[in-house]
Design a binder for this molecule. Structure first.
Ligand SMILES: [Zn+2]
Length: 324
């Protein structure tokens, strides 16, 4: 039984931190968000504390009455310490979260990888209620995954059992990942790396055709300005090169999805993250078309998360309710 009262969910991403007050049924009472304060490692928890106090004051809720808080964050984590260790998006070696948060507010808190939290959110509040085998995959600035297998959320020794963005999908290692290694899934298909993939493929193409692509028009002739949304927008306008590249990215995503399916054998995969949510059909359709070429296990249902942008917040709340 979940304890009645107000719960807090915090979704700490690479760019935004979002905070929600929720009741024990996962009904959101109030939400707020800000760009992450990256001035110092300490500033990150300081900002969370300030946002929680602000939301509680605004909604007449005494902070000391809050039952518990879940913090869902992009890793890597040291889950026992409640801290981030060399996080990719916040450039400090060690970012303590749960200790300063709980000491300052007197509220127990629990840290979880954001994609692991999201799959738990899906199981507790989303489309996966009652399912014992499910996975959540986020395609956003990076790529991550959470998996529940036989009813158990997989966490790993430090809480980092979800770094599927760094699964190898290209043994030739044509592109280098942000982590420094070659051939990783997110080096090709994450929001921040799609431009690298496009540049690489355009170099291989007949230059005349490449020059006629809408991608050049969208970037005023300067492809170094290309962002992932330009590719999806040009594909939507039936630009043939862009459509071809979106399909190729879909095939690479299908390899990543197949690896997840072969490893965890889920009945359902829900998919979120900005790249997915902004381009639902362009992302999901090619995955569904190609995944059968790479799996041995029975193919699960694959759908966009019904929790949308809030999946991280639901995950944080679900983690607090489950583990505190
Ligand atoms: Zn990597």
């Amino acid at each position: 039984m979940v304890k009645e009262g107000v719960w807090i969910g915090i979704d700490l991403g690479g760019t935004w931190v979002r905070v929600v007050l929720s009741d024990e049924k996962g009904r959101f009472i109030a939400k707020t968000s800000e760009k992450v304060d990256k001035r110092s490692a300490k500033a990150v928890s300081g900002q969370m504390i300030r946002l929680v106090r602000f939301l509680c004051r605004k909604h007449g809720c005494d902070v000391s009455s809050v039952v518990g808080a879940g913090i869902a964050a992009t890793g890597p984590l040291d889950q026992k310490e409640g801290a981030l260790i060399h996080p990719t998006a916040i450039k400090f070696d060690y970012v303590p979260l749960t200790v300063p948060f709980s000491e300052e507010l007197g509220v127990p808190s629990y840290l979880i990888n954001d994609a692991a939290g999201a799959v738990l959110g899906e199981k507790v509040f989303g489309s996966a209620k009652g399912l014992d085998n499910l996975a959540y995959i986020t395609i956003s600035t990076g790529i991550g995954c959470g998996a529940v297998v036989n009813g158990t959320l997989l966490l790993g020794k430090d809480g980092n059992a979800h770094e599927v963005g760094h699964l190898v999908i290209d043994c030739e290692g044509r592109l280098t990942c942000g982590c420094g290694k070659r051939g990783h899934w997110e080096a090709y298909c994450s929001g921040s790396n799609i431009p690298n993939f496009v540049w690489m493929r355009l170099k291989d193409m007949p230059q005349k055709a490449a020059k006629q692509s809408l991608l050049l028009k969208r970037t005023d002739g300067d492809l170094s300005r290309l962002v992932a949304s330009d590719l999806f927008a040009a594909a939507k306008q039936a630009d043939s090169i862009s459509m071809e590249l979106v399909e190729e990215i879909g095939r690479l995503n299908a390899i990543g999805f197949a690896n997840v399916i072969n490893a965890y054998d889920p009945s359902l995969i829900t998919v979120g993250g900005t790249v997915t949510l902004k381009n639902k059909r362009a992302v999901l359709s090619p995955i569904k078309r190609h995944v059968r070429d790479y799996v041995i296990n029975r193919i699960p249902e694959i759908m966009v998360t019904p929790l949308g942008d809030d999946v991280g917040l639901y995950g944080a709340v679900a983690a607090a309710m489950t583990y505190l």
